[in-house]
Design a protein. Structure first.
Length: 398
């Protein structure tokens, strides 16, 4: 009887209060301002335009992508156009970069729930856009050859991918800054040699710090102040305000639209040959789902499994693309006090752990390759030795 009573109290407490305080801070030290509510609402309401629509007369012709070659962004767009001729592919224009290159997302397959993958948010990490397109090309080629595994995969599952989040960075790190058309952009201040190591967008904003998440651009007790820049730089500058960059805005809309319909989301980086999972301020439900996909990828690739579940909160590493995805999945809402996503009732001087997971999505970050921006021949070795085709297949069926 007594035990039953305790259990009832416990369940009631959990239901009524989805949050627990895990840290206090005084005062908040955000190195970037938040995002205006009107801008956030506009981003939430964007409808993507379908492009490269396949007509009945067009037929998909097999696409060959050579991992040992460097491809420029126009060639990537040509690959996307070719893939779009398949009746199993729908392509959307989702925005454009600071230097006016179009960003695209593709839906592939006939299934009901989405499996999401993004690549190329960091400029110098330019192997992953090619890996991702190579995977889709093999799958569609095999589908056309009526291979059973491809027919099964594409009829039961559905991918949503953004192959290249930072096309200006993708181009500049491989083909030098002369390819940047707008000469006023920050990237033109750097030498071609230093651009090879560049991670940011052409304005010097690290897109993977620019998302308006609960702990973005914060040092709430954080120690790693070397990992933050207060002005445009090659890496670690969150922007003067969160969500300021055109690439970030496009991806915010994309994540807001797809996360509620997805079961898995993987963001691809290099280098480190590692799989990262977990967020210290999110629910155990979130973290155990994240561990599930991370572990499955580790088993296939042999990459090292690294947990972020015990990270120091607000340690200047927040505001990432997966932080935003994870907070959308956890039902965080726009908070007008701190002008960013936050658990409800936050906005005071406390950091809350949120115990709810609204959308059951398994999220992780995968770092392929030993180095960034290395010779293209190393991509072929990685693809084979780390079983990247099998990794993508696993994501597709999760
Ligand atoms: Zn990266």
């Amino acid at each position: 009887m007594f035990r039953k009573f305790i259990i009832i109290i416990f369940i009631t407490t959990l239901t009524l209060n989805n949050m627990g305080v895990i840290a206090s801070y005084t005062p908040p030290k955000f190195s970037a301002s938040g995002i205006n509510k009107k801008i956030y609402d506009d981003i939430s309401m964007v409808k993507f335009k379908q492009v490269f629509k396949n007509s009945a007369s067009e037929r998909y012709e097999k696409l060959s992508i050579d991992l040992r070659k460097r491809y420029n962004y126009s060639q990537i767009v040509d690959f996307i156009k070719t893939l779009s001729k398949s009746s199993d592919v729908k392509t959307f224009e989702i925005g454009e970069s600071a230097d006016k290159r179009k960003l695209y997302s593709l839906e592939i397959g006939q299934g009901k729930t989405f499996k999401m993958i993004t690549a190329g948010i960091h400029a110098r990490e330019n192997a992953n856009p090619i890996f991702l397109l190579k995977y889709v090309a093999i799958l569609l080629n095999d589908y056309q050859s009526k291979k059973k595994y491809a027919i099964d995969l594409l009829s039961k599952n559905k991918l949503a991918i953004v192959p290249c989040v930072n096309p200006d960075g993708y181009m500049a790190t491989q083909f030098q800054k002369k390819i940047i058309k707008n000469k006023k952009l920050f990237i033109n201040k750097l030498s071609d040699q230093s651009i090879k190591k560049f991670k940011a967008n052409a304005k010097g904003v690290d897109l993977n710090r620019n998302f308006p998440t609960y702990l973005a651009a914060s040092s709430w007790g954080g120690k790693n102040t070397s990992l933050v820049s207060k002005k445009p730089a090659s890496a670690y500058f969150a922007g003067y305000s969160l969500g300021s960059e055109p690439e970030t805005k496009a991806i915010m809309t994309w994540l807001l639209q797809y996360i509620p319909k997805a079961t898995v989301y993987v963001d691809l980086h290099q280098s480190g040959r590692a799989v990262f999972y977990g967020k210290p301020n999110l629910s155990s439900a979130y973290n155990s789902k994240a561990l599930g996909i991370a572990n499955a990828i580790k088993k296939i690739t042999g990459y090292v499994l690294l947990s972020n579940t015990k990270d120091v909160i607000g340690d200047n590493g927040n505001g990432t693309i997966t932080d935003f995805a994870a907070e959308v999945a956890s039902d965080f809402v726009y908070n007008s006090t701190i002008k960013r996503l936050a658990p409800t009732k936050s906005g005071n001087n406390k950091v809350y752990k949120y115990n709810k997971l609204k959308w059951k999505v398994s999220i992780c970050t995968v770092e392929t390759m030993l180095v960034s921006n290395g010779p293209p021949a190393a991509r072929q070795t990685e693809w084979v030795s780390k079983k990247l085709f099998q990794m993508f297949n696993k994501i597709f069926v999760t």
